[in-house]
Design a protein around this ligand. Structure first.
Ligand SMILES: Nc1ncnc2c1ncn2[C@@H]1O[C@H](COP(=O)(O)OP(=O)(O)OP(=O)(O)O)[C@@H](O)[C@H]1O
Length: 340
């Protein structure tokens, strides 16, 4: 007799997932765990294997090998039961154009096995969470803006109170206002369920996610909080300074401080006599005050700040490193340990 639930302390456990489409390996030995209540950003360049992984977790497609568990339930062995724990919003979510929002959600609730009064209660609840009440609930889906259509997709995924919700590109094609609205909606789910979001809009991911996992060419290449990943992939602090100094003057002013600064010219002197430099150091301690004190004695300063690497910088560094490691034949051996 097979145990129904294993690894129950995690919302999702993926162990060595592989998927091939014919001869093409879309994902290769992907392993990771998602804690209960965690919001995970799932990043990767086009074709990296994000949708493939999400579809396997959602029970829509079998893995070629490996195991996936949702709330302890094996997706391969008990797909219907696993699906009751997960709400999935696919990329380019296809919605019927000629149905009203509330009617569509009632229909979806019935398909998910909800009954009678439960349907009404749950549909009202998800419409409230996604701000689709009143006028919006009576609108024909085909007449909604893209942002509101995305909300309908999220409301659908929330029906049935799943413990895990997976969203594939929830903000794709939205304008900045709509992106903020969807971010706030995702933020409002914090603590209620585990959330996996794939997105290309990296600042959004950084704002809303507890942890980030980066996949490249079908393999996990990085996993951690944005802060951990900054330390791992870009362990250098960069100060941007705009000053009335030539490169040589800047070099001479920094040398006695002994922090091993490497100087790069960002912009040469402008008509007002100010040049901009990037000062890079491996010293990871706050140096802003010392720099202001010392440099201002030798030159005029217009601006000086610590330029923190963005998630986009981390993403570029992580994917670049995996390409380099692949070229040298050492990539893949690290893949297993990466996302634990
Ligand atoms: N049904 C399929 N048949 C054959 N190849 C496929 C199929 N689905 C995906 N692929 C290929 O598998 C690889 C991974 O695709 P996947 O859609 O999982 O990537 P992704 O990271 O979601 O990309 P994107 O960000 O562009 O959506 C790609 O090379 C893709 O062309």
């Amino acid at each position: 007799m097979q145990e129904v639930a294993q690894n129950v302390e995690y919302s999702i456990v993926a162990e060595g997932l592989c998927k091939s489409y014919g001869a093409m390996k879309a994902i290769d030995n992907v392993s990771f765990k998602i804690a209960k209540g965690e919001i995970l950003g799932f990043l990767g360049p086009n074709g990296a294997g994000k949708s493939t992984t999400m579809r396997i977790l959602s029970g829509l497609m079998p893995a070629t090998s490996g195991r996936a568990y949702v709330c302890g339930v094996s997706v391969a062995n008990f797909p219907k039961l696993a699906q009751t724990h997960i709400g999935y919003m696919p990329e380019n979510n296809p919605l019927p154009e000629d149905v009203r929002v509330a009617e569509y959600l009632k229909f979806r609730a019935a398909i998910k096995g909800l009954k009678g009064g439960e349907i009404r209660r749950e549909v009202d609840e998800v419409m409230e969470v996604c701000q689709l009440q009143r006028k919006a609930s009576r609108k024909i889906i085909g007449n909604l803006s893209k942002g509101f259509k995305q909300r309908v997709g999220i409301a659908d995924a929330l029906l049935g109170h799943p413990e895990v919700i997976i969203m594939d590109e929830p903000t794709i094609g939205l304008d900045p206002h709509q992106i903020i609205a969807i971010r706030e909606l995702i933020d409002s789910l914090r603590g209620r369920m585990s959330v996996v979001i794939s997105s290309h809009i990296l600042p959004e991911i950084e704002l809303v996610c507890d942890r980030v996992m980066i996949i490249n060419q079908g393999m996990v290449v990085a996993s951690g909080t944005p802060e951990n990943l900054r330390n791992e992939f870009l362990p250098v602090d960069t100060y941007k300074v705009s000053a009335s100094a030539t490169f040589e003057e800047m070099k001479a002013a920094l040398e006695p401080l002994g922090f091993g600064f490497k100087i790069e010219t960002v912009a040469p002197k402008n008509s007002e006599g100010f040049a901009t430099y990037a000062l890079k150091t491996k010293k990871r301690e706050p140096l802003g005050d010392i720099l202001i004190k010392e440099l201002s004695q030798k030159m005029k300063l217009r601006e000086l700040y610590l330029a923190r690497p963005t998630l986009e910088d981390i993403f570029m560094a992580a994917t670049r490193r995996s390409w380099e490691e692949k070229r040298e034949g050492i990539f893949g051996s690290k893949n297993q340990e990466m996302a634990k």
